[in-house]
Structures are given as C-alpha cells and as structure tokens.
Design a protein around this ligand. Structure first.
Ligand code: ZN
Length: 446
C-alpha cells in the first residue's frame, strides 16, 4: 500500500515538473528570433557561395489559397539581451534582397538567382554585427508572412572573407541554428584580416613545365602567360589586393603540369584552397588560319556575362585590341561560353554532371565546386582528384584568350604592349570589384 502511494506521489511530482517546464518554455523570449515565433518554415536544400555571390535554393509551402507576389531575404539585427528583445514584438528589417520564386501549386521553389553569379552579393551584407535571416513572403492578397530557414540538405556552413578594400576585410559566417523550437539562419559579420591561406584574386598563368602551349616564332604561350600573370599581380597588389599565382616560374621545366593540374598541389586544388572570389586563367590563342585575331573571354555557361564583359571591354577599350571575330559559342562581343559538344560526351549524352550544359574548360568548371558541377573524381589515370569538387564555396572563374599568337600583327602587340594589356586586365578586376562597393542591391530600411 505504502509502495503504491509512493509511486503515485512520484508520478505526480514528475507531472508537476513536466508541466512547469512546458509553461516556462512558452514564457521564454527568443533573443535572436523575436518576432519569428509565429513564422512558417522554409527548407533550404543547397546553400553556399559562388565568387562573391550568396546562393540559397529551397522550397516552402504556401498557406492554403495564397499565391506569391514578392519574396525577399530579410535580415534583422539579433538582440543581445532578453531585455532588448522585449521591446520589439515583430521582425525589424535591417536589410532586404529580392529572391526569385517559382510557384508550383502550394509549393514555392526559391533561389537567390537563376544565374550563379547574380542575386545576393556577400559583399553587400553587413560586415559587422549579428543578424537573423528569414524570408518574407508578400502574397497577392496584400498579406505577408515570415518564413524562418531550416537546413534540409545538410549544407556546409559558410565562412567568407570579403574582398580587401582599403586594407580591410570582414569575416562573414552563416549557419543554421535553433532558438527553442524556431530554426533560423544566422549571419555573423566581424572585421578581420585575411588568414595567411585566404586570397582575393587568383591568377593562373596557363600551361608551364613541359607544356609550352602555343608556339610562334620561338615564343611560347607558357612564357608569355607567366609574364602577364606577374605583371597583373603587381598592379593588383598596388591596389591592395592579395593575389595568388597558381605557378610562378619556379616549377621544373620538365614538370608535367598539363596532367598534374588536379594534383594536390596542382592549379585546381591550390586555386580552390585560396578561397579567392575571382580566378583569371591567362592564355593566348593560336590557329592555323593566321588572319583570325582578337580577344575572347570565357565564362561559365551557368552564369551571366557581366564579369567577363567587364574584362573583355576593358582590354579592347584600353589597348586598341579588337573583339575576336570568332562566332561560335559567342554570347556577346568578346564573351564566350564553351560547353561540351555531343561528340565530346560518352555515347548516350553524358551524365548529370557532364552533359551539353557542362563547362568545358576545367579552370571554369572545377573551381566553381557544386555550382559549376565540378566532377573530376580521379577516375582517369592521368588526373588526380579535385578535392574541392563538392565544395559549396566556388570561385567565379574566367578564362582569357587575350589574343592570337598566330596572327603576326597581334602577336607583336601582345609582346610589345604587355604593360598596357596587363593594366587593362587589372583595371577590369577593379571595375568588377567596384560594382559591389556601392551595395546598390541592398535595400536598407531604417
Ligand atoms: Zn592556352
């Protein structure tokens, strides 16, 4: 009898503590997520960065009978104390970016941008402070709702260093978290200096070692790309950028760089390891037909031509060079995207990662990680392994065929006016960076 009573007492005590906990939970203030406690949840399938661009892809469920008018990514400053949070009952937008959305019945698929180099620039996010990110959906009936973000794809966290500007950088960390039962995506910005292994820009002097590239009148493409890379590096360093060279000429003359590109210390892995935002691979063209000339800048077929166009236009307008006359694969004057042709793919049209939309040039494809469908897996005996092929932090990469060594007139200019060409490339990079400095995509709401 006594035993039964004791057991009942124990059960009552358990029930009491359970209920007390429940009540206490409801009283808790969401220090970081105040105003989101009644929010809906959106699932992020993939997230990461490509160059300076933040990429978020996922889906959310629309409330019954609602359709979308506008979707945006919004940031609220996280409150540091419960007292501070108490004064605010709703999400207070500090910054806002438009997000692309595609409605399919009750499901809304969203992405920061369809083109991999567009949308939300990491350079435009606040570089100092603690923020909570959420999606704001404005429905066609005028009502709106917040969606907190949860990780549905086991995404890698984002650790991003902004491009050096006036000797300064910020370190931005994005990660999924949960406060009580509210999941959210947090952004922490801190002024910081670049760690030794992190760079702003990669310059890749094409070819090298035993691989001479094109040869004309005793001049090798490998020598010329290296002298260009060194010249551009010096100019960018004068502007304050930290520049990584994939080779500096100290490599063995007999080194098999063409096949060692995927080795651990090869140009793919060292460029990816630099965590730079932009990589330029420098090359010179050659054809049997000597009359062809002009500048060609290649970029990923999955992105827009903005960065490549800045570089091509800068070279043409500042050196007197002309846009290439080559018509195939051209996307606009001087800008090209080269993907695999059906003849270059295995019979049957290829695979998910390697198909007619896959970038052909490895320095464009492999440096972009998951965003450009990097795929080299060591299956070829000739190649090592791209250790960064599954990375969500890709580099935006362009391949510059600056001019044709096979055209005697152009060859003379490429050698004689090297400094002017190098200056034009460096100025293209500075122009590219300045497009992010005014942060015009950010809508700051006071
Ligand atoms: Zn080349």
């Amino acid at each position: 009898m006594l035993l039964v009573l004791l057991i009942m007492l124990a059960l009552l005590l358990l029930l009491f503590f359970y209920l007390r906990n429940e009540v206490e939970k409801k009283k808790l203030i969401f220090v970081g997520t105040r105003g989101l406690d009644n929010a809906l949840t959106a699932e992020v399938e993939r997230y990461g960065t490509y160059g300076v661009w933040l990429r978020l892809e996922g889906a959310l469920t629309l409330p019954e009978g609602k359709s979308i008018d506008r979707l945006s990514l919004e940031g609220q400053k996280a409150y540091e104390t419960k007292e501070e949070a108490k004064d605010y009952s709703r999400f207070r937008t500090a910054f806002s970016f438009p997000i692309e959305a595609r409605e399919d019945k009750e499901t809304l698929f969203f992405t920061t941008a369809d083109e991999i180099n567009a949308g939300v620039s990491m350079e435009a996010l606040p570089g100092n402070g603690d923020y909570v990110l959420a999606l704001k959906a404005k429905f066609s009936d005028g009502e709106s709702a917040f969606y907190t973000l949860t990780d549905a794809g086991e995404c890698l966290p984002i650790s991003y260093y902004t491009l050096t500007f006036e000797g300064e950088n910020s370190h931005l960390s994005l990660g999924f978290d949960e406060e009580e039962t509210v999941p959210y995506l947090s952004l922490l910005g801190e002024p910081d200096t670049l760690p030794a292994e992190v760079y702003d820009i990669v310059l890749d002097a094409g070819h090298g070692g035993r691989d001479t590239g094109a040869v004309a009148e005793g001049l090798t493409e490998a020598e010329l790309t290296l002298s260009y890379a060194k010249e551009v590096k010096a100019l960018l360093e004068e502007e304050g950028y930290k520049v990584f060279l994939t080779r500096d000429g100290s490599e063995d003359k007999d080194a098999d760089l063409a096949f060692a590109m995927y080795d651990e210390d090869g140009r793919v892995n060292t460029a990816c390891r630099s965590r730079a935002k932009l990589a330029l691979s420098i090359h010179f063209n050659s054809l049997e037909e000597a009359s062809v000339s002009g500048t060609e800048v290649y970029c990923s077929a999955l992105g827009n031509t903005d960065t490549a166009a800045l570089l091509a236009d800068s070279i043409v307008s500042r050196t007197g060079a002309s846009y290439s006359t080559k018509k195939s694969q051209r996307r606009r004057d001087g800008v090209y995207s080269r993907t695999y042709t059906s003849e270059e793919l295995p019979a049957g049209g290829g695979t998910e990662l390697r198909n007619e939309n896959t970038d052909y040039y490895f320095m464009i494809r492999e440096l972009g990680g998951i965003w450009t469908h990097a795929y080299v897996d060591g299956s070829s005996e000739k190649y090592g392994e791209n250790l960064f092929r599954n990375d969500n932090a890709g580099l935006e990469s362009c391949l510059l065929e600056i001019g044709y060594l096979s055209n005697p007139e152009e060859r003379q200019r490429l050698v004689g006016d090297r400094e002017a060409y190098a200056r034009a490339i460096a100025e293209g990079v500075v122009l590219w960076h300045t497009t992010f400095l005014d942060k015009q995509d950010t809508v700051v709401i006071k």
